[in-house]
Write a new protein. Sequence first.
Length: 591
Amino acid sequence: MATNDYESGLKMLEELTTNARQIQDQLLGEILTKNAGTEYLSRFLHGQNDKRLFRKNVPVVAYEDLKPYIDRIANGEASSDILLAEPLTGFSLSSGTSGGQPKLIPVIDETTNTHTMYNNIFRSVMIKHFGDINQAGKRMELMFVKPDVETPSGLKATAVSSRFFKRSGFRAILPKLYTSPFETIVCPDAKQSMYCQILFGLIQRDEVVMIGSVFASGVLRGFKFLENNWQELCSNIRTGRISDWITDSGCKNAASSILKANSELADLIENICMKSWEGIIRKLWPKTKYIGTICTGAMMQYTAELEFYCGGLPLVSGFYGCSEGAVGINLEPRSKPLDVSYTFLPNSVYFEFVPIKEECVANSPNLVESVETKSSDEDTEPVELVNVKPGQCYELLVTNSTGLYRYRVGDVLMVTGFYNNTPQFRFVGRENVVLSVDLERTSEADLLKAVTEAKTLLDPLGFILTGYTSYGDTSSTPGHYVIFWELKAKESNNGNKLDPKVMEECCSRMEDSLHFTYRMYRRENIIAALEIRVVKQGTFEELMDYSVSQGASLSQYKTPVCIKSKEALEILNSRVIAKFFSPKTQLNLLL
Ligand code: AMP
């Protein structure tokens, strides 16, 4: 990025965040002017494009409410004027692996321009904090393209990340700025793709200045893969020949032009991998400045293990976005995952926020207090972007030019402050992911808080928690919470074993850290003792493989915080190596 572009990116950020109110009003005006006559909106607006009428008459909806309209478009009914006036260019395929089903989100030409604008602003912010890494070297980003799904209309449904990776502009800069050749990214076999991307990252280790993947689970999967396959990778580097099981022609062609016999490099990598894996990234890729990957929300559970490999490198959660639109960027990329807030940019989506009345757990002690003390009889009418209040949690609604009007994304966010006149939000969790065995509702954030408390007990034993998920077991009465944990021994473990006493204490600590209703129900024997099931190492990878085999995108995969599918539960249960229950009796539970 030339100096001018970098400065204009920062200038644009100032303009957008200073004039948020006017920009949001203007944007909504444009969306309504274009689309007021559509079949959907005319039911509520009768052809008018007035903002007050929009906020008064157009209902707040979930995907299921718009699905019949979207299905008609996907099934080939002329696309104009059902939900939006502009013709669609395709659909985004939402991952939906964080609680829901894959959804089809309409896409128009403009969508790509918005993403480009967001990227430019974000790049300017990153240059400000880390210098221009494009001038310094290459990125080893693990990228996976999921095949398109063709709808009966002929329009293709594509994961947002896949669309980005396949764009001609991205393809043009790939060889200069990234270590992964295009052929390895589009390889339909995830294992071959991963193997080759890591191989090429190792070969170009002296040039690598950034390592990443969209979500933290992807980066971790890469390091685990390397941990299991470094001998074979080194042997390929030593001989200059790629393993026979790499049969994908694109990957083989890429290897033939990059892979040369280099025994010196193979020795060096082998020497590093034979020793401690703590801080391995700095040793293998010494010029790396940061790990670029989303570590907030459901990804927070991966940070401990990532930090183990990173050796103190910053974990940068750069942006918050979804198939429904580009939403916000992190203006303080060096902040720790727990402290990350995203600044919303006001010019592509008209945002509204439904205040959440119940206690909302943020993962920051500074914020919890302000949330707990907020008035409980506050209005629950959606508020506009510039009218949100610091410390309050909201559910996000979007209205955009692709036919979504007052649409519930399903994410819960907390306001942490303002940048100029634009609010900044912490990601709290998915609204629809709840663990419940009776009338209580345990959110993703509740669970994360309890797990975070409990896992501190593992430190003295030399174990780290590398993955968790949960399940409401109602097969017996009363039902109880089952938390699956995958653990890994640290280098400093000294052969320590899991101590049943400590594990039981972890169960109790989780119970003490869960919300009031949970503890009250436990006391009343409406819920039975919480159980931790420790699973074999690699189980969470198998869970991911299963999801991917069911159509989830590898790039956008998120471990479900709560297991709903019978098959996924079977995968977990068949790999349990130990079970522990909370020893708490009803009477010694804290209220
Ligand atoms: P998808 O529609 O498949 O792209 O998934 C989008 C969802 O991923 C969002 O609605 C969030 O729930 C989650 N997500 C995206 N970005 C972040 C982030 N920075 N932090 C936490 N969760 C995120």
